[in-house]
Structures are given as C-alpha cells and as structure tokens.
Write a protein that binds this ligand. Sequence first.
Ligand SMILES: *Cc1c(COP(=O)(O)O)cnc(C)c1O
Length: 384
Amino acid sequence: MTLHAELAAELAARDGEGLRRRRRLLGSPQRAHVRVDGRDFLAFCSNDYLGLASDPRIVAAAKEGADRYGVGAGASHLILGHAAAHHELEAALAAFVGLPQTLLFSTGYMANMGVVSALVGRGDAVFADRLNHASLNDAALLSRATFRRYPHNDLEALERQLRNTPVRRRLVIVDAVFSMDGDIAPVVELLEVCARHDAYLLIDDAHGFGVLGAQGRGTHIHFGIRSDRLIYMATQGKAAGVSAAYVAGSEALIESLVQHARTYIYTTATPPLLAHALLTSLQIIEQEEWRRARLRELALRLKQGLQDVAWRLLPSGTPIQPLLVGGNVEALALSANLAEAGLLVPAIRPPTVPQGTARLRISLSADHSIGDVDRLVSTLRQAA
Ligand SMILES: *Cc1c(COP(=O)(O)O)cnc(C)c1O
C-alpha cells in the first residue's frame, strides 16, 4: 500500500466510527448569528464569550494599529520585532491580572509549550489533570520531564504522585476552566497541595480570563489568590476576541522565559496591530460588566429550560455548558438535527473527550439574546 492509500483507509475507518472531523466555511464575522456554507445560522460554537470578536471599536483599533505599525512584525521579539504596542499590552495585562510582569506569545498553544519546556526538563516532573487541554499535554511531552496525569480533580491522587516522584523540580499544570466540561479547577486546594510538596502551579486560564473574577480579571482573582507558587497563563483569542496569549508571574519568571522559551524566541512576533487592538479589548473587558451579567443570565435560562430533557447538562458555572449525550453517532445526529433547524452546536467526541462522553458543547456569548437561548432550548426539546 502507498502512504496515500493507507491514509485513505484510515480516514474511511474514522468515517465509520463517526469520528471524521469536517470544517464548515464561515462567511461572516464571528458572532451569534453567522453565515455558514451560504446559510444563516444561530451559533453556539465560539469561545467569543464576551462577543468582542467583531466589536467595531476593536476593529477600528486594529485598523489604527495597521496604520501605525504596518501589517507584519517582520522579526522575532529578540531581534527587532518587539513593538511599542506589544510592550504596552504586556504592562496593561500585568496590571489587569495583578501580577508583576507578563510575556506575550503568539498563541496559547505556543505559550504553554514555551513556559513548560522553559521551566522543567529531564530530572523534573510535570503533574497534569487528565482533562487538561491538548496543548498542556503536548507541552509536558516536549519538555522531556517525567509526565504524570491524575484523574480529573482528584487531589489525593495528585498528592500521592507528588509524594512518590522524587525529582528536582515539580510543576502541576491545569486548565483553570476545563474547556470541554466548563467546570472550574479547585485552584485554592491545588495551591495547598503544591505548597506541601514544594511544587509550582501553572493555571491555563484560556476560558476564565475576561469571564471570571471582578471585571473579568481571571480565575485567580475569582478565588482571591496571591501566591508565589502560581504561574498564570491566559489567551487572547477567546473572551478577548482577538488572538495571542500571555504568561504572567514574577520578574525572574518572565525574564527567564525571554531567555529560554523556544516558542517565544524562534518565531515572528505577533502583528503589533493585534496587540494594539487588544489594548482596546482589555478596556472593554474591564468596563463592560453587562457582558458578564448577560452570560450569567443566559446560562441560568438554559439550565432552567433543559431541566427535564433526556440529556444532562454538566454542572458548570461558566459560559461553557456541555450537554452530555454519550455515543459518538448519537451526538453527531443531534448536532445535525439542530443544524437542519438553523442552529449550530458542535458535537465533541473522543479523543477530545473520554470514550462514551460525547457531548454537545454549548458555548454562550454576550452576543446571544435570551430569545436565542429560548430557540435552542425549544429545538432541543423537540429533538428529544
Ligand atoms: C484554546 C486553548 C488553548 C490554546 O490557545 P490558542 O490561543 O487558541 O492557541 C490553550 N489552553 C486551553 C485550555 C484552551 O482552551
């Protein structure tokens, strides 16, 4: 068999298991009401929780940034790609999340790769929640540290692993908000465990930044945490509505990342126009509390509407509201059923989630209205 024939056979097998992933073509800006493959839909698919991805003020800031800085950074940060806008954004983000310094990366995936492999290596160990995002797992593998995963939120198992792994440096890595379940990690207790075993805690706040904590300042603020053991990471392509990510922590941490984080050093800086746009996004996140209030209102409405249907909403205090369906084919069929009615809700299947827990990942946005949620509820009830 040629490589191409082998690949085609593997793809056909995926089809059979309902695991083939396909891309739809988005023909409008990202928002609640979108045009997809030439048709209008109401979508519950994005991570644009605050409805900022096509906010006209941020679009205007991006244009202004293009006028001021051009389109491309043209070089890595350490050569000559570190623009005033990047620098300003790093300072603004540090003040916003209440940590000494931040470092901007192009994406969350790269930030995780960069920070984990800069901090640990052979002779160290990484401990990870089983439901962590793929980028944290890949980061741990890339680091070459001993990599141990513990069952979701099982702090006793984590503690046992920490006790039984004699190494130089210990790093615990978790999603602050689990991306496919929507639940919030027990960060306070995790820090206590870390303190007992001289470990450090990296929280990935991709889904908490902008959403949780006073004015959306993040999951650590939600819990009121201050700790030298905490290393914070958040992305800017979700609630912030743009792109990029950053790591926040002590001056020594950030300066070390500048020296050692390979995904920071060996890549072209993100376009400064995006950093410029993110400054406007950050102001909106800070000032427009109604967006977070709307999200809470929408989640409540959804929960009330789906109280007695065949499928169960997972317990979640965030805009990620997964509806547990079970089988892959069943989840796909439900998603297809909704699509026929003009509603887009993605079916999430293994390996993204454990076998037998395929689900519809309903994600809410401040751009949704109560009427939008009511439409989703009534369509789901009909499908049931
Ligand atoms: C989306 C996501 C990332 C990756 O961030 P990007 O900026 O999209 O690369 C990392 N961690 C978690 C938990 C995420 O949900």
